[in-house]
Every structure is written in structure tokens, then in C-alpha cells.
Design a protein. Structure first.
Length: 258
């Protein structure tokens, strides 16, 4: 199904920073701007993750706390050490103060994403379920768990999570596209088409929605319509996995029509 997030939001970053400063306040505060350190470390983790990991360890040793540990986990994700990153994220979540349930939920959600990237679907589901126990109306967490469920071919359960997500956020095209894809896998093609048309009313140039509509059109025997959608995806989302999928579908379509 759809790609998913690695990082959550600026709110989570701010909460992590507050945790770091609380941990550092028992001793003489070091001359470190922890907020800037976190921002710099996360940026470095995207560009040079090996260096960011070492920097995070050094920062943790001088009071970086959970913020430094989080940056180290992000760096590990970006070097492909998904299981180790997930383990660390779960540990940070466990150490999160009880009065910050959303922060713990965000961390568990990230751990779930990392477990899924590691191919450990059951661990991903467990982390995401624990996150939703803390934040049951978090739409992004519901989406993440639906992706995990779909990865395990549990499409009806994925649809249940997406139904909840859609009830909470009815104008999110990504939820509708994911649900349409899940409906397609259980042969609910009419429901899938309805979701895709609604998604495209919300976001007429949503590449993922156009990709899925092309698939549905091909299944309905509308090869020309499918081709138009996939060509549009290739232009709108050039250089992305969505465009690559559209190109593969175009090539398959051309082979079948030769």
C-alpha cells in the first residue's frame, strides 16, 4: 500500500526537547541549546546518518536525554538498522513521563513503522496497537496500523481502521485511497471506485489516487482510461515510487495490447 512516515510532527520534537531539558536540569545546565541541537541532529540524520548517530551519543552524554536518543534512533533508520531503531524507540516511549501519553504514542508509532520496515509485522502491529491505546483517535496511527494489517493481507481489519480514520478525518484523501486499495483486494470494486472518486474530488491531482483509479479502470476493461491516469501520474509524481508504479503498469498494459 502507501509509503508511510518516519518522523511525526514538530509537536513531538518539542515534547522530546522538553524531556531532554528536564533530564538535564538536575545538574548544572551545560551551555547547550538543546532545541537547536535536536534540529541539527535530525537534519544530519537525514543527510549523514552515521555521523548523526555518533553526534547523538555525544550529546546524550552531556544531557541530551530522550531527544538525543530519538535522534540516534532516526539515524539508525536511515542506515537500515530498522529493528535496532524500533527497539530504541520503544525504550524511549517506556521512559516517557505518564503525563505525556501523546508523546509515548508518537514514539510507539514510529517504532511500529521501523518494525514494519524490518519485515517484523507482528512487532509492528503490537507497537501500533499499544500506541492507539494511548491515543485512540490519532488518525495517523490508525493509518499506520492499517498499512501493517494490509501488509499481512488482513484487509478487512485494515478497512476497519481506515473506517475509523475516515470518521475522524473525512476530508483526508490519503485515507480514502488506502481504503480503496484495501477494498480492491477483497473484490469490493464498487466501494473502491467510490472512495477513489471522493479522494479525487478532495485532491484532483493526488497521484496515489490517480494510480489506483488507473488500476480500477484496467480491471473494468477501460485500458485507455487507465493509460491516461498512469501517464498523468508519471508527470505529476516524477521520481517517486508512485510514478515508478505507474510506469510499470503502463509497460504491462503495452505488453498486453501488443
Amino acid at each position: 500500500m502507501q509509503p508511510f512516515r518516519i518522523l511525526k510532527s514538530a509537536v513531538a520534537a518539542a515534547l522530546l526537547f522538553s524531556t531532554a531539558t528536564a533530564l538535564a536540569s538536575d545538574e548544572e545546565p551545560p551551555p547547550i541549546d538543546h532545541s537547536q541541537e535536536y534540529a541539527d541532529c535530525i537534519t544530519l540524520a537525514q543527510r549523514m546518518p552515521d555521523e548523526a548517530f555518533e553526534s547523538a551519543l555525544t550529546w546524550e552524554s552531556v544531557g541530551g536525554g530522550s531527544a538525543a536518543r530519538h535522534c540516534a534512533a532516526v539515524a539508525l533508520i536511515n542506515v537500515g538498522e530498522f529493528a535496532e531503531a524500533a527497539t530504541r524507540l520503544e525504550a524511549i516511549a517506556k521512559d516517557t513521563p505518564v503525563d505525556k501519553p501523546q508523546l509515548a504514542a508518537d514514539l510507539l508509532g514510529q517504532a511500529g513503522q521501523a518494525w514494519l520496515m524490518a519485515g517484523m509485522v507482528e512487532r509492528a502491529y503490537a507497537a501500533q496497537t499499544a500506541a492507539l491505546e494511548l491515543a485512540p483517535e490519532d488518525v495517523d496511527l490508525l493509518i499506520d496500523r492499517s498499512v501493517t494489517l494490509a501488509d499481512a493481507a488482513n484487509y478487512w481489519e485494515a478497512i476497519d481502521d481506515l473506517n475509523r480514520a475516515n470518521a475522524l478525518a473525512p476530508n483526508r484523501a490519503d485515507v480514502l485511497v488506502l481504503r480503496a486499495t484495501a477494498y480492491r483486494y477483497v473484490d469490493g470494486l464498487e466501494l473502491a471506485r467510490a472512495d477513489i472518486e471522493q479522494a479525487l474530488r478532495i485532491e484532483p491531482q493526488n497521484a496515489d489516487a490517480l494510480l489506483e483509479r488507473g488500476i480500477l479502470r484496467r480491471l473494468a476493461g477501460d485500458a485507455d482510461g487507465a493509460r491516461r491516469d498512469w501517464l498523468q501520474v508519471a508527470m505529476l509524481a516524477a521520481g517517486t515510487p508512485t510514478a515508478d508504479a505507474a510506469q510499470m503498469n503502463l509497460e504491462t498494459l503495452d505488453l498486453k495490447t501488443e
